[in-house]
Design a protein around this ligand. Structure first.
Ligand code: G1P
Length: 297
C-alpha cells in the first residue's frame, strides 16, 4: 500500500500573529525566501505525498493563487530577459495534485480535519498543519517514517512529537501520555491532552503538527464536542479513539536536526526566520557576519 494523500489545514485565523496576519494568511508569511506553506508542501513531496487537500477558509485565497502556474508572470520574466528568476517558480511544476475545500465556520482544528472526510479513501492519510515546518528548510523525512510505521504496525494513529525545553510551554500544545517504549524513538501513545496546565501535563512531549490517521478518526471527530478554546479539538477525538482502541496509537519523537519550526507565534517565527536565513546558500554567510557585528562577537 502506498499512502500519498495529505490533508493540510490552513483555515486558522492566526490571531497570535496580528497584525502581520490581518489581511494575509499566516501560512503565507515568508521564512527566509519562501512562504511557510511552500516548505510544508515541499516537505510532503519529499516524503512521498502526491495529492494534497487544503482545508482553507475566509481570506485564504492567496494560498490557492500561489500554487497555480502563473503564465503571465512567466511571460513577463521571459520577455524582460530575467530567465534566472524563473528558477524561483519551478515549484509550480512539482508532481502534486492540489484540491481545496473550505471550512465554513471557525470551529477548530478537529472540525477542519473533519471537512476532509468526503475526500478520503478507505486508507490511511497524513495530516500536516500548514503553519509548521519540520526540519531546516523542510528537510525532514519523519512523515515517510510515520506512514511506514502506520502500515507495518497496523496503527490507527501515528503522531510526531517534540520534547519541549520547559514545562511552561505545555500550555501551547497537545501533550502525550507515553506508554511503553517501542524501540528507538517510538513509544506507545496512551493518551493525549490538549494544552494542559504544567501541573496536569503527563509529559513534555508536544504534538508536532504531523499525524497519520486511518479513516476511523472521523467516527470520533463526529462525536467530539467543543473543548479547549470552545473549539472542536483534534486532540480530543484522538483521545477518545485511543481510549476505545488501546495499543493502536504510536508516537514518534522527532530526530535531532528535524525539529519543528512553529510559525504560530512571534518568538518561534523569529527563530525560524533567522535559522532559515542563516542557512541560505547565497545570502547566509553575509547574514551571519551581519548578526555577528550586531551582537559584537
Ligand atoms: C494545534 C493542536 C495542538 C498541537 C499544535 C501543533 O494547536 O491543537 O495539539 O500541538 O497545533 O502546532 P494550535 O497551534 O492550532 O493552537
Amino acid at each position: 500500500m502506498t499512502i500519498d494523500f495529505a490533508v493540510v489545514p490552513v483555515a486558522g485565523l492566526g490571531t497570535r500573529l496580528l497584525p502581520a496576519t490581518k489581511s494575509q494568511p499566516k501560512e503565507m508569511l515568508p521564512v527566509g525566501r519562501k512562504p511557510v506553506v511552500q516548505y510544508v508542501i515541499e516537505e510532503l513531496a519529499r516524503n512521498g505525498v502526491k495529492r494534497v487537500l487544503f482545508i482553507t477558509g475566509h481570506g485564504k485565497e492567496s494560498i490557492e493563487d500561489f500554487f497555480d502556474v502563473d503564465q503571465e508572470l512567466i511571460e513577463f520574466l521571459r520577455t524582460r530577459g530575467k530567465e534566472d528568476q524563473l528558477a524561483a517558480l519551478e515549484f509550480e511544476r512539482n508532481d502534486i495534485e492540489y484540491a481545496y475545500t473550505r471550512q465554513r465556520e471557525q470551529l477548530g482544528l478537529g472540525d477542519a480535519v473533519r471537512c476532509a472526510e468526503p475526500f478520503v479513501r478507505n486508507e490511511p492519510f497524513v495530516v500536516a498543519l500548514g503553519d509548521s515546518i519540520l526540519g531546516l528548510h523542510g528537510q525532514s523525512k519523519a512523515v515517510e517514517r510515520m506512514v511506514q510505521i502506520c502500515i507495518e504496525r497496523d496503527a490507527e494513529v501515528v503522531v510526531a512529537f517534540e520534547e519541549l525545553e520547559s514545562l511552561d510551554e505545555v500550555v501551547h500544545y497537545g501533550i502525550a501520555q507515553p506508554g511503553k517504549n517501542l524501540g528507538g524513538d517510538l513509544f506507545e501513545l496512551v493518551d493525549v491532552v490538549e494544552k494542559p496546565s504544567p501541573s496536569e501535563a503527563p509529559s513534555q512531549l508536544a504534538v508536532a503538527s504531523r499525524y497519520v490517521f486511518r479513516p476511523s478518526i472521523f467516527e470520533y471527530l463526529k462525536k467530539t464536542e467543543r473543548g479547549k478554546g470552545n473549539e472542536i479539538q483534534l486532540t480530543d477525538a484522538m483521545r477518545k479513539l485511543l481510549a476505545d482502541r488501546p495499543g493502536t496509537g504510536i508516537g514518534l519523537k522527532l530526530p535531532k536536526g528535524e525539529e519543528r519550526y512553529d510559525i504560530g507565534n512571534f518568538p518561534s517565527y523569529f527563530k525560524a526566520f533567522t535559522d532559515f536565513a542563516l542557512a541560505d546558500e547565497e545570502h547566509g554567510a553575509a547574514y551571519r557576519s551581519y548578526l555577528k557585528s550586531l551582537l559584537g562577537n
